[in-house]
Design a protein. Structure first.
Length: 690
């Protein structure tokens, strides 16, 4: 590119996107575009805010609240949200050193800008006036007003000038540390590899794991088989490898991430984040950070969270202890009682027990879960339930060749959304799976329903030179989970973007995702797509029956594992006094009453617990179990009426999926269900007591 070309080039974030449905032009975006767009977005925000606060008209819902919210395509977050949505996705899904460094540079600038908005005294005075003197509002308008006012208050608008300045410093530091936590975790996870050159060390590993490891070695320019801490590599190794010393090596690598004596150590970062959040909450008038968070959650308060966790512990722990004992018995039979079970033995021997009990193995199922068929099955499920269809559009730009872009059409043929799916692990991609948006849904001032651009990012098994991508049942469940989030986004049908889709309370947001997981073990669903990738034969009924019978294998253990994470989260964020404990020993004590399997003193979860340190789930990890109560209760309606029943699906869509955060979540849920949920359906689904 010569100098004249550079002079004429327009930053793609500044121009109207010349792409199908106005999706981000990933093929045109360059690294240097981000900073320029962020700074211009901030400038435009500041300009719009000046117009709002200098408006001589009496503050109203229309001239203040709507303008403060991101609405109409002219809202003051327009450019900033465009670049932010793309940049945040790249940091998680396709990052590099340049983007990481830029994120570090921009973090304090963006946090300062957010504080400038929320701590603007004149702007808050206008919002407060509307809050106290407004016309009669619809339920959705009232929710927007409440959220807007509370957003200012919970960001420090009622503090004095000295307090506001101190809060600025705390929030800027917390934002930067959260980013640093994530970058350290990614670097540590990607730094470890296990290269095996002796084929004997592959003993027990299925062909799929060997082929994937051979491909990973080849891509790294090495001879042999390369294993990593990415789940499609780590999980099968821990489940199948007969080499106990290698399982130990992998386990210790995974569970000592970010506690080594190097630049990626996250221990001090965690301590500081815990204290920053406590101090922020106390500045705003709350005893603990958990009290601050739970004011806007279905659980409402700390006592209700602990009641849920305690109820689950009471119901599930006796069965979880029995499950662990059965795994230990399996190990003792294998080693003649000469070894004590260690954490790196659990997946291996629980798999052996599952084989003994059900003759069922994840590798038996892989040939029937070819990725393209799974995609067809998941899309087909959405069609059966809601009538929507998906059509891949290769003209929509994507940010990596792994990513597929689909147009989504409603039952009447009208355009509904764009759906991006990013399937496989790679060097610059965080582990795990998540859903995000490049554009939310809202209705503009002309009445046009602006449709969303939704993205699902996962780390599923990759194809090899010999085989297509063949998934485990667990990976199918992951796909269904994230797809449930995407339906929440795609079905959004609200007036205001900040209330649409997944913009709901965090202990409600997991309902649509966990609800979809129920289908993974439904034979009528499996029969729609589970065909052998080579022969085309459907999965045998007998194999499906084994899947159904085994669905609750280790269910109590899995429940207690989630409860332990919830207890750990609450232990950190219910601290009233400054936290200066040893992270590792505090962790062991915090979740002790939920621990049912062996653990080691020199491992640590906290330093890699992204959800509660950098992912927005601080004082909210219990949400998964809270939502599981909801999803089991909701799915019981489908079980009663038919798992593909269109009338039930229509009610679920109309009352929950499309309504976003426009009303209290329990109001929406009761409108669908007719009553509040209980844990009965969850206990029954888990087979407890049977």
């Amino acid at each position: 590119m010569n100098n004249d070309d550079k002079t004429r080039r327009i930053n793609p974030f500044f121009a109207e996107y010349d792409t199908p449905h106005g999706t981000p032009p990933f093929d045109k975006i360059m690294t240097e575009d981000y900073e320029e767009a962020f700074m211009e977005g901030i400038r435009r925000d500041d300009e719009e805010i000046e117009k709002i606060i200098n408006d001589t008209e009496e503050p109203t819902f229309e001239n203040t609240i709507i303008r403060v919210d991101n609405e109409n395509g002219n809202h003051y977050y327009d450019l900033l949200s465009r670049v932010s949505n793309v940049f945040s996705c790249m940091l998680s899904a396709e990052t590099n050193d340049n983007l990481d460094n830029l994120a570090q540079k921009l973090s304090p600038i963006l946090t300062k800008h957010a504080n400038d908005v929320r701590l603007n005294k004149k702007l808050f005075e206008r919002v407060k006036h509307v809050y106290e003197h407004h016309r009669e509002l619809t339920d959705e308008e009232q929710m927007l007003l409440n959220n807007c006012y509370d957003g200012f208050v919970r960001s420090g608008a009622l503090l004095d000038d000295e307090g506001k300045e101190h809060l600025r410093k705390l929030t800027e530091e917390a934002s930067l540390l959260g980013l640093q936590f994530s970058q350290n975790l990614l670097k540590e996870n990607k730094a470890f590899t296990l290269l095996l050159t002796d084929e004997n060390d592959l003993d027990g590993l299925p062909d799929s794991a060997r082929e994937a490891a051979a491909l990973a070695a080849k891509e790294a320019g090495k001879e042999g088989w390369l294993f990593t801490l990415d789940q499609p590599s780590y999980g099968p190794f821990m489940t199948y490898s007969t080499r106990r010393e290698l399982r130990e090596k992998m386990y210790m690598a995974k569970n000592t991430v970010c506690i080594h004596d190097n630049e990626q150590n996250n221990i001090d970062i965690c301590k500081r984040l815990i204290n920053l959040r406590r101090e922020i909450a106390q500045m705003l008038g709350y005893d603990t950070y958990a009290d601050y968070v739970l004011k806007h959650r279905m659980a409402s308060n700390v006592a209700n969270v602990y009641k849920l966790l305690d109820d689950l512990t009471c119901a599930f722990k006796p069965y979880a202890l029995k499950e662990v004992e059965e795994v230990e018995d399996t190990m003792r039979k294998d080693v003649d009682g000469k070894a004590t079970m260690q954490p790196w033995d659990f997946a291996f021997y629980s798999h052996k027990l599952k084989m003994e009990r059900y003759n069922l193995d994840a590798e038996m199922l892989r040939p029937y879960f070819e990725l393209q068929k799974v995609i067809g099955g998941v899309f087909g499920l959405a069609n059966k339930l809601y009538g929507i269809t998906f059509k891949e559009n290769k003209d929509i730009p994507v940010y990596h060749p792994d990513v597929k872009a689909y147009e989504v059409f409603d039952a009447d043929g009208s355009y509904l959304a764009v759906f991006f799916a990013d399937f496989h692990p790679r060097k610059g991609k965080q582990g795990g799976a998540w859903m995000t948006e490049f554009q939310g849904q809202w209705i503009d001032s002309k009445g046009q329903n602006v449709r969303p651009h939704v993205s699902v990012v996962m780390n599923l098994t990759k194809p090899t030179s010999e085989k297509p991508a063949l998934l485990t049942l667990g990976e199918v469940e992951t796909f269904l989970h994230e797809f449930g989030h995407s339906l929440h986004g795609m079905f959004a049908n609200t007036r205001f973007e900040s209330l649409s889709g997944t913009n709901v309370w965090w202990d409600f947001v997991e309902l649509p995702s966990q609800f979809m997981e129920n289908y993974a073990v439904e034979k009528d669903f499996l029969r729609t797509f589970a065909f052998h990738y080579q022969t085309g034969e459907p999965m045998p009924d007998e194999l499906i029956e084994r899947i159904v019978r085994s669905r609750n294998f280790m269910a109590a253990y899995a429940c207690m594992r989630q409860v332990s994470f919830g207890l750990l989260d609450m232990a950190y964020y219910t601290k009233h006094d400054a936290f200066d404990d040893d992270i590792i020993s505090f962790e062991k004590e915090a979740w002790k009453k939920a621990i049912v399997a062996p653990q080691l003193d020199n491992t640590c979860m906290t330093v890699q617990f992204s959800h509660i340190m950098a992912g927005g789930y601080a004082a909210g990890y219990y949400s998964y179990k809270w939502a599981e109560v909801l999803d089991a209760d909701a799915f019981s309606v489908f079980k009663k009426n038919g798992i593909f029943d269109k009338a039930t699906a229509r009610s679920f869509r109309d009352n929950i999926l499309s309504r976003g955060g426009t009303e209290h979540p329990m109001t929406l849920y009761k409108r669908f269900r007719g009553c509040e949920p209980t844990i009965d359906a969850l206990v029954e689904r888990s087979g407890i007591g049977k």
